[in-house]
Design a protein around this ligand. Structure first.
Ligand code: GRF
Length: 220
C-alpha cells in the first residue's frame, strides 16, 4: 500500500500553515475554508488558488480577495507527470505545506502525492468508498441508498481511495433530485472540510494502515 511518511509536522508552533486550494469550478468550498480562516477556525493562510481551468468562477472570487491565483491548463502539458511536476514546483516555490483539493477535476499522480506526503486532502460528496469519481450524488440516487454524505480524505494516486479523515452523513429523501441532495451535502461539505483541515494542521494524529487515528499523548 502507498504510505509515505511526512518529513516533518505540517504545523510549526502556532504559525498559520501555508495552504494551496486547487479548484476547477465555482469554488464554494474554497470560500468556506477562507471563511473558517477568517473566523479563526482554521490556523492557515491561503498562499495560492490554482485552477486547471481559466473559467473557474472561484478564481474571480479569489482575485477579489487579493489571493494569488494561478491557472495551469492541463491541456498544455505533454503528460500527467509533466503537469504534476509543474504544479509541485509552483506550490513548493510558494512555501505551501498543505494542499486542499476543492472540486479539482484532475487526478494527481504518485510524484505529486510523494512531494506532499500526507499533506494533500480532498472533499468528496459521498460516503466513500461508495460512489467515487464524478457525479457521486447522482450515483447515490441511482443506487437508491438512504444515506449519503461527505468524506474528507487524504489523496493518493488511486482515485478517491486515500485514508479517511472525516465523514458526515446526509439522509436521502424520497423526493430528492440530484440538485436537492447535492445542496444538502454541500452544506455539510462546508462544515466538515474546514474541520478536517484544522484536525490535520493541529497534529496529534497518525495513519495506521487505512485509518487516521488520534496519537496517544504518551507517544507525542
Ligand atoms: C464539491 O461537491 C466537492 O465535494 C466536489 O466538487 C464539488 C466542488 O464544489 N469534489 P465547489 O467548487 O467547492 O463549489
Amino acid at each position: 500500500m502507498w504510505r509515505p511518511v511526512p518529513e516533518m509536522a505540517i504545523s510549526v508552533e502556532n504559525t498559520p500553515v501555508p495552504l494551496a486550494l486547487l479548484i476547477s469550478g465555482r469554488g464554494s468550498n474554497l470560500r468556506a475554508v477562507a471563511q473558517a480562516i477568517d473566523d479563526g477556525r482554521v490556523n492557515g493562510i491561503i498562499r495560492v488558488v490554482v485552477s486547471n481551468r481559466a473559467d473557474a468562477a472561484g478564481l474571480e472570487w479569489a482575485r477579489a480577495q487579493a489571493i494569488e491565483t494561478l491557472v495551469l491548463p492541463h491541456q498544455d502539458s505533454p503528460s500527467r507527470g509533466a503537469y504534476d511536476e509543474v504544479l509541485v514546483q509552483a506550490l513548493k516555490s510558494r512555501g505551501v505545506r498543505l494542499v486542499c483539493l476543492a472540486g479539482f477535476m484532475r487526478v494527481l499522480g504518485p510524484a505529486f502525492c510523494e512531494a506532499f506526503p500526507q499533506a494533500v486532502l480532498n472533499v468528496h460528496p459521498s460516503l466513500l468508498p461508495s460512489f467515487p469519481g464524478a457525479d457521486a450524488q447522482a450515483q447515490a440516487l441511482a443506487h437508491g441508498v438512504r444515506v449519503s454524505g461527505v468524506t474528507v480524505h487524504f489523496v493518493t494516486p488511486e482515485l478517491d481511495a486515500g485514508p479517511i479523515i472525516q465523514q458526515s452523513a446526509v439522509l436521502v429523501r424520497d423526493d430528492d433530485t440530484c440538485e436537492t441532495l447535492s445542496a444538502r451535502i454541500l452544506v455539510e461539505e462546508h462544515r466538515v472540510y474546514p474541520e478536517a483541515i484544522q484536525r490535520i494542521i493541529a497534529g496529534g494524529w497518525h495513519v495506521d494502515g487505512r485509518r487516521v487515528v488520534t496519537t496517544p499523548v504518551s507517544e507525542t
